[in-house]
Design a protein around this ligand. Structure first.
Ligand code: NAP
Ligand code: MG
Length: 479
């Protein structure tokens, strides 16, 4: 059985306590390996290593940093099949989904490498004769990256790649449910030649590793993706040191289906958004808001589609939906299904565990969901979709906004005017027209509104430079 190590200051090391935790396959319970339960002291050593390496990395010309990221991208490509199998084995999503995510990580490093040739500041007009006025982008310093289990390679990649290209050093703490794919990503960077201390990888509980990272005076920025409750705690702790913070959190994302929508297309987009990656996406569709006049037809077609999805081990050919990530997430899914029933929602499809020796749950559809119900307000993070009926477009938009989250939202319609009214009127950081609520372009800014985000800095694409750099303004009097 493999016993994996952490990377601190360029050395692969066990926890100083000697303790480890187990990594399991949610599709069959198989034990996949042991990972270090890093201690507070181990975490402090990783922060110190990153601080020590920071000046040297910041002074490495960006094109030289880019060469390492470009090489890492090629290594991820070469090892793509191995990475995808590791991801499916520990997280559960299907091989096709995992392969897509690994390819995304590859492309993110490729994109970031290009940034190394582009980053620059501004030259401003001066109001004094004989003065040059300009800005320069500097790295923030040491950044802590705290990531969730559900996109365990894409999310670390979209934080790590910009952090590194802009000259920061990194302490990366993956989620304890999916530490292996994060380690493979770190291996790719080590093979590509990342200098010792520039990238540190440390596994262990949120309480010891996570709290230490977030509360450290020597950490200059914390980029967190995860749940609202953990994110709120991080915000409070980081604020005490005025640490720059970026939090991307939960969602309860609507697919709005207007009366002119082709039913088959609306169902396909709802299935992709709601049951893709087992509903375990922050941008997953968990509410479908449908105009009354087509709601019966839509509900019948969605019920058929849900019943026909093949649930199983994501490594098996033909499987369309994998398991919940662990026993506790399965329990949460089943609890919310029971809550929805007790609130009076009508179960149309699924609703039960799907057996097979893993944490499988059936794709589940409820009808008759009211916006005031918990099933319409709280993130389940599983393959559970609630249909909410709307009188007309205005009612649909109002219901779509009647929630504390605001991550992603989509509308299915060929009515141009309504599509734009939706895009302008919806309170969500990502808006789609005739596309699935999930799925992002790596070259575009990403982040939620309302309780889905700290609303400080966007991630990804051209926006990432704002979080990972600080701007210095220089006045040069040469008159
Ligand atoms: P989580 O429980 O909040 O954990 C996220 C990360 O925080 C993990 O690495 C976790 O470590 C760590 N952590 C836990 N307690 C901590 C503490 N006190 N201090 C510092 N770090 C701590 O979230 P999850 O269950 O992994 O992921 C699911 C959630 O992520 C959902 O709410 C989903 O919507 C959200 N998400 C949001 C986005 C987005 O971009 N908006 C994307 C994907 C997922 P351990 O694993 O060791 O507990
Ligand atoms: Mg968790």
């Amino acid at each position: 059985m493999p016993v994996y190590k952490n990377l601190i200051a360029g050395e692969w090391v066990a926890s100083s306590s000697g303790e480890t935790f187990e990594n399991h396959n949610p599709a069959n319970g198989e034990l996949l390996g042991h990972f270090p339960s890093a201690t507070v002291e181990d975490t402090q050593r990783a922060i110190a290593a990153a601080a020590e390496a920071q000046k040297g990395w910041a002074n490495t010309p960006p094109p030289a940093r880019a060469a390492i990221l470009d090489k890492a991208s090629k290594i991820i490509d070469r090892r793509g099949d191995e990475f995808a199998k590791a991801l499916t084995s520990e997280e559960g999503k299907t091989y096709a989904e995992a392969r897509g995510e690994v390819n995304r990580a590859r492309d993110i490093f490729n994109y970031a490498a290009g940034e190394g040739w582009r980053m620059g500041g501004q030259t401003l007009p001066s109001n004094i004769p004989g003065e040059l006025l300009y800005t320069r982008r500097e790295p923030l310093g040491v950044v802590a990256l705290v990531t969730p289990w559900n996109f365990p390679v894409a999310i670390p990649a979209w934080k790590m790649a910009p952090a590194l290209i802009y000259g920061n050093t990194v302490v990366f703490k993956p989620a304890s449910l999916s530490p292996h794919i994060g380690l493979l990503l770190v291996e790719a960077l080590v093979e590509a030649g990342i200098p010792a201390g520039v990238l540190n990888y440390i596994t262990g509980s949120g309480r010891s590793v996570g709290n230490t990272l977030v509360g450290s005076k020597d950490v200059d920025g914390v980029s967190f993706t995860g749940s609202y409750s953990v994110g709120m705690g991080i915000y409070e702790r980081a604020m005490k040191n005025l640490t720059r913070i970026q939090l991307e959190m939960g969602g309860k994302n609507p697919t709005v289906v207007l009366k002119d929508a082709p039913i088959a297309q609306a169902v396909a987009l709802t299935v992709a958004g709601g049951f893709g990656v087992t509903g375990q996406a922050c941008t997953a569709t968990s509410r479908v808001i449908v105009e009354d006049s087509i709601a019966d037809d839509f509900a019948a077609a969605l019920t058929d589609a849900a019943r026909n999805l093949r649930v199983g081990n994501g490594l098996e050919a033909g499987v369309q939906m994998g398991p919940a990530v662990d026993q506790s997430q399965l329990q949460t899914d089943l609890e919310y299904i029971a809550i929805a029933q007790s609130e009076g929602a009508k179960l149309l499809a699924g609703g039960s565990p799907a057996g097979n020796g893993g944490y499988f749950v059936q794709p589940t559809v409820f009808d008759g969901v009211d916006v005031s119900m918990r099933i319409a307000q709280e993130e389940v993070f599983g393959p559970v979709i609630g249909i909410i009926r709307a009188r007309d477009f205005d009612d649909a938009l109002e219901k779509a906004n009647a929630i504390e989250f605001g991550l992603s939202a989509t509308v299915v319609t060929n009515n141009l005017q309504r599509a734009f009214h939706f895009a302008n009127g919806i309170d969500a950081g990502v808006v789609k027209i005739n596309e699935s609520s999930s799925g992002l372009a790596l070259q575009a800014p990403f982040g939620g509104f309302k309780h889905s985000s700290a609303n400080t800095f966007k991630e990804q694409g051209p926006a990432a430079i704002e979080f990972y750099t600080r701007t210095k303004t220089v006045y040069v009097g040469h008159g």
